[in-house]
Design a protein around this ligand. Sequence first.
Ligand code: NAI
Ligand code: MG
Length: 406
Amino acid sequence: MKSHSKLFMNMQKRTIVSLPGDGIGRVVLEETIRVLENAGFNADYVEGDIGWEFWKHEGNPLPERTIQLLEQHKISLFGAITSKPKDAAASELDPSLHEKGLVYSSPIVGLRQHFNLDVCIRPCRTYKGNPLNFIRRGQGNSIEEPEIDVAIFRQNTEGLYGGVEWSNPPEIVYKGLATHPKFIKNFGDVPVEELSISTRIFTKKATERILRAAFEYASKFGYKSVTVCEKPNVIRETSGMMYKMAQEIQAADFSGIELWNTNIDAQMMWLTKNPENYGVIVAGNMFGDIVSDGFAGLIGGLGFACSANLGKEVAVFEPTHGSAPKYADYPVSIVNPIAMMESACLMLDHIGETEIAKRIRSSISKVILDGKVRTYDMMKLTGSADVINHGAASTMQMTDAIIENL
Ligand code: NAI
Ligand code: MG
């Protein structure tokens, strides 16, 4: 321990904004911080308010003071939040706020937009010995367990999530659409009040950012290919622009990395056929969301799916799962903390603490391979408070095992 503290004394002490949020967000984040501390990461944590409680009592799930904390400290670990549909959200508001015309919107989407966290990375790597690993039939009916090591780069701020949409669009929009011959041909006889339109807007700037991030990552971590996973033969303007720009960037700056092109639908069909063939995959917002959930399913699902949201200055690291409210109030927490811990490793990589990230990942690997400590999802049990009596490890026991193996 002595030599450790000496070693770390010289390192700059970081301040990390911890955003536990709702439900199981708090327990997975607290356990992750316990691992970070035991792994020798030298940091202070300041907690930021985010989520349902702040919606209910203040009418804002992402208070301005939380934005300021992020502006100040730049790096954040985020647990999960609870979101509910508009009407349910309005009915849970504190009565004193009812008349203010407040409308709920997701604070994580808000964070991504406010800080322009436009690059989302979702790595999916197989841990040897994970009983949730995907297996398939090979030649002669043999059983194969392909080793997957894919990093999905998802454009995080535009496309179908840009929010530019209408039902019964205003006249000026209708007139604009009517200048397109395909609109007249395919929709010209539809009454305007029967039209719902969601736009898919790609900008060159954001498209170049996500493509370059994907190529740089491939080059830094030794992946041989970058696959653009879109649908350029049908969605010609947006997907087409992304693929064309990828060709230009690859030719100019990354000729050592192969550029592949798949269609999102075919990619999902091939998901179980040859997932081990892919390295870095890059896509727009919606297809990136779809393909990353697909790959996450092959490596263990929500208990293992981690992500990074990177802007030019601010970065937020979070598991893909939500607040799992049904498990939030168990006397002993049963959820798998690994997705949050993997997200913290992405944070460590991002700020240059790659050795600590390596130590944590290799400890997680050992615990999984060893197979003695497994959360309920790894035991394929249905989640309930009773899983502990059936041999499942609690969230804390899983964390303890990971700390012991550091
Ligand atoms: P969820 O991800 O919270 O839970 C779905 C199911 O996945 C759970 O019932 C549980 O069986 C399993 N699960 C999730 N995390 C797990 C873990 N760490 N270990 C083991 N099993 C785990 O999604 P759900 O139930 O659709 O949504 C619950 C709430 O979370 C909603 O209010 C939703 O809006 C919100 N949500 C928030 C997200 C975020 O904060 N980024 C993302 C997804 C949902
Ligand atoms: Mg998703």
